[in-house]
Design a protein around this ligand. Sequence first.
Ligand code: SAM
Length: 232
Amino acid sequence: MHKTEWQWDEMRQIGTDYSDLKEVELYDQRMKSFRDVDLENQEMLSMLQLPKGSAVLEIGCGTGRFSRAAASFGLKVSAVDVSKIMLEYVQKKISEENLSPIILQHAGFLTSDFPSESFDAVVSGAALHHLPDTWKLVALQNISRVLKTGGKFILRDVVFSLREGESPDQCFERFIHSFNEQVRPGALGHVKQEFSTYDWIMDGLLTRAGFAIKSKKSVSSNFVVYLCQKDA
Ligand SMILES: C[S@@+](CC[C@H](N)C(=O)[O-])C[C@H]1O[C@@H](n2cnc3c(N)ncnc32)[C@H](O)[C@@H]1O
């Protein structure tokens, strides 16, 4: 039996439909209301501390803000996304901004097939929660496979951290109400339809996949940034 018969279909959009051109065009605008993406990108580049010319992969690149910042910084960038429309948008931006080429692949966490040990770093923001936990481990193992030993992995995503005495329902309410009215419906859909997991599960998945967690930081209500390193 070929694994395509049982593998999770990651091309099917879960929650927000990022294969919709309108959604793509609105994406950066929407993010602006609760994120400073340029600052996030600068922070991630300084966390990685990569010399120019290093190879970096972004998974779930969306409009390619991190990939474009990394290319401007002088890194050799590859980026994948399951939305063709997103990738077309990134290609258009690369031309407009006259950036050095970025290798774009229409694939995802499970289906990207870069050679083993070909990257110094992998970055993924707000994308892994599109996979159920069972498949997150497969995704993380694929990331570990393409990283060189000692390579770094930054994961930024919604990961639920229950406060002392807090129930899951209270945690979800807290998450939804941390967004302004403009983007709250998206947060609600995130809880209802997407697959963000709990922090202890994410910690276990990362460790199982062969990563040492170097740092873990909550950046806003339930948005967590992990800096991981591939163990020898
Ligand atoms: C919320 S956007 C995040 C975009 C960008 N990384 C950011 O931080 O703003 C999620 C992106 O992940 C993509 N995506 C969804 N499932 C994916 C998968 N299994 N593999 C790779 N990308 C995926 C979507 O198409 C979308 O472009």
